[in-house]
Each structure stands twice: as C-alpha cells, then as structure tokens.
Design a protein around this ligand. Structure first.
Ligand code: NDP
Length: 313
C-alpha cells in the first residue's frame, strides 16, 4: 500500500488505488499525516474480522477538506478519522454531530451513512476504557487533575470528565486563562455536592508548585495532556516531590514506554500508564461506529505495539 494518498488521488480513486489488494474504504485525514499509527492498527482489525476493506493515510490540506468529504462519499468510503488540523473543520462539515463531539468542539471520527456525514469524537470514550484497562477504575468515581487543560486533548478529556460526572475536576494549564474559560463552560456539570469536605468540585488552578501541592491531596488521578514529555530530554511536567503514593498517573503521550512524568510517578510510589491504551481504545471505538461490531482489541494492540516506537525511557 502507498504510504500516503492525496486529495488529487481522490478525484479518481479506483484508478489511483488500482494496484491495492483490497479496496481502500477507511482512512485518516491529516496535514501532516505521515506519522499516524492508525493504519496499522485498523488494518490489523479489518484483517482479523475478515472485512473486505483497508485503511490508508490521506494528506489533505485545510482548504481541501470540504471537497474531500464529497469525493470520499463518491468513492463509497465507510468512514474516516480526522487528525490535526481537521477536527474542527470536520465538525462544521457534518450533517449530524453527536453530543460529545459538539461539547468538545471537535470531530475525530466520521461515518458515511446513506449519503449523510455523521460526526463523533472517540477520544474521551477511549480514555474511559483505557483507564478501566490500566487501573480498573471508572472515571466517574475519581477526583481528576488535568495538566494541559487548554489544549485539544485536554479539552476532550475535561469534557468527558464532565459528561461522566466525575467526583472532582482540577484544570491546570500553562496559560491559566484557557483553563479558567473551560471551567466556566463546564460549571453546569458540577453543581451538585458529591464530595465530602471543603474542596470545590471544579477548579482552575495556576501552574505553581504550592497550589498544585494543595490540590493533589484531593486528587486520585493526574492526566498529562500537555506535549511535555514528547521529547526524551523533556523534564517531568510535575516534580516527583509533588507526587504521592495514592495517585494514579496517566500520561497521554505514547511515544515512550516511560515518560519523564511516569518515571517521577514511579519514584514517588504512584501507579502510572502511558497513552498507548487511549490511542488503542479511541481507535476501537471508531471501528465499532463504522462496522457496528465488537472491535478485535488484541489484534489492534499488537499492531500498535509493533508500529509505535516505544523506547523504555
Ligand atoms: P495542543 O497543542 O492542542 O495542546 C498542547 C498543550 O500542552 C497546551 O495545553 C499547552 O499549554 C501545553 N504545553 C505545551 N508546552 C508546554 C510547556 N512547556 N509547559 C506546560 N504546558 C505546555 O496539543 P494536543 O492537545 O493535540 O496534544 C497534547 C498531548 O496529548 C500530546 O502530547 C499528544 O501526544 C497527546 N495526545 C494523545 C492521544 C492519545 O490517544 N494517547 C490523543 C491526542 C493527543 P498552553 O495552552 O499554555 O499553550
């Protein structure tokens, strides 16, 4: 299979893909898209289920997005994933969008059904399933702190926490104003008093050690949704001295088995997991939407593990 197809290829898809062993009817749209780990994961799932379709990468520029959906429809596509920078553009191009994607303000999964474009966001549901798999916990039972609550992933996770009705949500972001705006938006979800004790259920707090230390006594799960840790030379977004043994630490970064944050968690006696499981389960949720069947998670996981380079540290 060609590594990346383009907008021009979509003009005459059957000619452009004539050499392929199976019809390409699912894809990820992005700019750039070369790095995406979705094709090996989804192709393993399609093969495991004996489905006569394959998944490819499509390099689509922002000004090509609307016409892309028309061409995909004409080429009889089943569905696509949207990655950077198309998650908002896709939301605007849909005929129908589910509530979760509307609240997040981003579509990462599109299904083509009876000539209509249906938009979903599986990042949040993917995280819920990842936390169950990694820590045997339900997000709704937890007091959660999100680092990077001003970014795209942080926002998706915060909205999921709100929709699940988690016990408590602490939003932390380098640019505090973004976390404050998000807290204002999510306030209606946190009006009832579920937590015993003085801590507010929803707070945006500055990224300062003293403020974080106070908060962490009333937090069960820290989620890193910043890009700090993507480079192996990055410091931990939180020093080990702030972390406590009762904490679960989930780092959404999946390019290293143990990021600097996960090493800090281990040093503090806390449990940790990296973002591979979120990537896996958001993909599994997309598969379920497209094919209305149980996704073959084990096959998807082993394809991902082979594809994603995960240096130990
Ligand atoms: P965005 O660019 O939308 O957001 C980046 C976030 O990181 C912002 O909150 C930003 O804060 C913060 N940030 C950046 N640099 C620093 C720094 N030096 N110190 C503190 N905060 C910083 O990116 P995304 O939301 O798309 O991605 C964020 C992370 O989530 C990435 O690491 C990505 O790998 C991961 N991710 C994982 C997924 C998975 O399935 N496992 C899915 C999607 C994303 P500010 O607002 O102040 O700029």
């Amino acid at each position: 299979m060609k590594d990346v197809y383009t907008f021009a290829d979509l003009e005459n898809w059957s000619d452009a893909t004539a050499g392929e062993a199976a019809p390409l009817r699912v894809a990820v749209l992005g700019d750039p898209v070369q790095h995406s780990a979705s094709p090996p994961m989804h192709n393993a799932a399609l093969e495991a289920c004996d489905l006569p379709a394959r998944y490819c990468r499509l390099h689509i520029r922002p000004d090509e997005l609307t016409e892309t959906f028309a061409r995909l429809k004409a080429a009889d596509f089943i569905g696509v994933n949207c990655t950077i920078p198309h998650k908002l553009g896709a939301l605007l191009a849909m005929d129908e969008v589910d509530e979760q994607a509307i609240r997040i303000g981003a579509v990462n999964t599109v299904a083509f059904r009876e000539g209509r474009l249906l938009g979903y966001n599986t990042d949040g549901p993917g995280l819920v399933r990842a936390l169950r798999a990694e820590f045997s916990v339900d997000l709704r039972d937890l007091r959660v702190m999100i680092l990077g609550a001003g970014g795209g992933a942080g926002r998706a996770i915060a909205v999921q926490c709100a929709l699940e009705g988690c016990e408590r949500l602490v939003l932390v972001n380098r640019t505090l104003e973004k976390a404050r705006l998000l807290a204002t938006e999510l306030t209606p979800y946190f009006t009832s008093t579920r937590v015993l004790g003085p801590a507010d259920r929803l707070e945006a707090v500055p990224w300062e050690n003293a403020a974080l230390r106070r908060q962490l006594e009333n937090v069960d799960l820290i989620i890193n949704a910043t890009s700090v840790g993507l480079q192996s030379s990055d410091p931990s977004p939180l020093p080990a001295s702030l972390l406590l043994p009762h904490l679960m630490v989930y780092d959404t970064i999946y390019t290293a088995r143990r990021t600097s944050l996960l090493r800090a968690a281990e040093a503090a006696g806390a449990r940790g997991a990296n973002g591979l499981s979120m990537l896996l389960y958001q993909g599994a949720a997309s598969f379920e939407i497209w094919f209305d069947r149980e996704p073959p998670v084990a096959a998807m996981r082993s394809a991902l593990l082979k594809h994603v380079r995960q240096p130990a540290a």
